[in-house]
Design a protein around this ligand. Structure first.
Ligand code: SAM
Ligand code: SF4
Length: 348
């Protein structure tokens, strides 16, 4: 596949004055922003069917989200990923995307990306490209329309496929994210890899993480990717490659399909030593680790700096508390989730 172009930058930004370095010497250069906890799907591993969403009044406005992003950019963040919930269901989300995209065009940011379920892509793909987005992650766990409807509860595969067509036409590079789920898509994984690589997409498999209460026991869903890797290497020639996208996936080249396969393995292979990211929720809470409960409230310093101190100081203080790693354990039946919040709050 020919590599799609990355976003054009017109000038190089000056290095940050006070870069964010955590207590373990890791530079924080990547911010993930969950712009909404709401979603038009109800994936079984992510949400319960009757989710209670946050009251709208608790959300940061799009202007406030941009102000926090700008403060991080001033401190050396080079990559921002918008996620959710479903980022494209937040009203007027394109205004935030355009403003952050302008920072890519000016060289203040290296990349602005998005993780989406694809349901709204047919509507937004051209606008995303125009705003400066060049790569998106689209989450698809199965290519079977019935299984897709079961896993997402409210989703339709055909709508996501239309979204992918639109993304291709717009020139967006697509990576497919698939959560590996025992008894759901385990047997289908080789077909999904063939399909994704046939379309020129990378595919990344993700181990299901114990986040938030869902209906059912996660041990029923958990499929260790170490097992999948062994199975795929019986089928194909897999070669580890040093390719990196700034995230936690490690990549392999699949000789027979000619494409890249990523594995995100928080459970079977801890990747925390190279963690460069923090996560902002739509209510302004900063989580320094996806797998820990500690967070810093940025909304108060953002709204009332005279009472709660400056946003900049609050960010510095939070990074000073970034923990060494997560505490995910999943293979004990009846185990409580490692963290109480759902993935849709902090973003995947
Ligand atoms: N709605 C968008 C989507 O589905 O791509 C963005 C948000 S979603 C929370 C981001 C990613 O997290 C998706 O790829 C999803 O499959 C994954 N995810 C959600 N809950 C998860 C869990 N408990 N364990 C592992 N991955 C999860
Ligand atoms: Fe929505 Fe994404 Fe969670 Fe599925 S994984 S329910 S699409 S936020």
């Amino acid at each position: 596949m020919t590599e799609k172009p990355h976003a054009q930058t017109t000038q190089s930004a000056a290095p940050a004055q006070n870069p964010l370095i955590d207590p373990f010497g890791r530079a924080v250069t990547y911010l993930r922003v969950s712009v909404t906890d709401r979603c038009d799907f109800r994936c079984v591993y992510c949400m319960s069917e009757n989710m209670t969403f946050l009251p709208k009044k608790d959300l940061l406005t799009l202007e406030e989200l941009e102000a926090v992003c700008t403060s991080f950019i001033d401190k050396g963040v080079r990559k921002i990923r918008l996620t959710g919930g479903e980022p494209l269901v937040r009203r007027n989300i394109m205004s935030l995307i355009r403003n952050l995209g302008a920072k890519v065009k000016s060289g203040e940011l290296d990349e602005l990306t998005l993780t989406t379920n694809g349901s709204q892509l047919a509507k937004y793909a051209d606008d995303l490209y125009e705003a400066g987005v060049r790569r998106i992650n689209v989450s698809i766990d199965t290519l079977d329309p019935y299984t897709f409807a079961e896993v997402t509860r409210w989703g339709r595969l055909a709508q996501v496929m239309e979204g992918l067509e639109a993304a291709d036409k717009a020139g967006l590079a697509v990576k497919i994210n698939a959560v590996a789920l025992k008894a759901v898509n385990h047997k289908e994984i080789p077909d999904m890899v063939r399909w994704a690589h046939g379309r020129g997409y990378d595919l990344t498999l993700i181990e299901t993480m114990p986040m938030g209460d869902i209906e059912g026991d996660r041990t029923d869903q958990y499929l260790p990717l170490s097992q999948v890797e062994t199975e795929l290497s019986d089928l194909w020639t897999l070669t580890n490659i040093p390719y990196k996208t700034g995230g936690p996936a490690r990549y392999m080249h699949v000789k027979e399909t000619g494409g890249r396969l990523g594995l995100i393995t928080p459970l079977t292979h801890n990747f925390c030593e190279s963690c460069n990211r923090v996560r902002l929720t739509c209510t302004g809470q900063l989580y320094m680790c996806l797998g820990q409960d500690d967070m810093a409230d940025l909304r108060r310093p953002l709204r009332t700096p005279d009472v709660h101190g400056s946003l900049s100081d609050a960010i510095d203080e939070a990074i000073g508390r970034k923990p060494k790693g997560h505490d995910f354990i999943i293979d004990r039946p009846g185990q409580k989730p490692a963290v109480k919040r759902h993935m849709s709050l902090t973003g995947g």
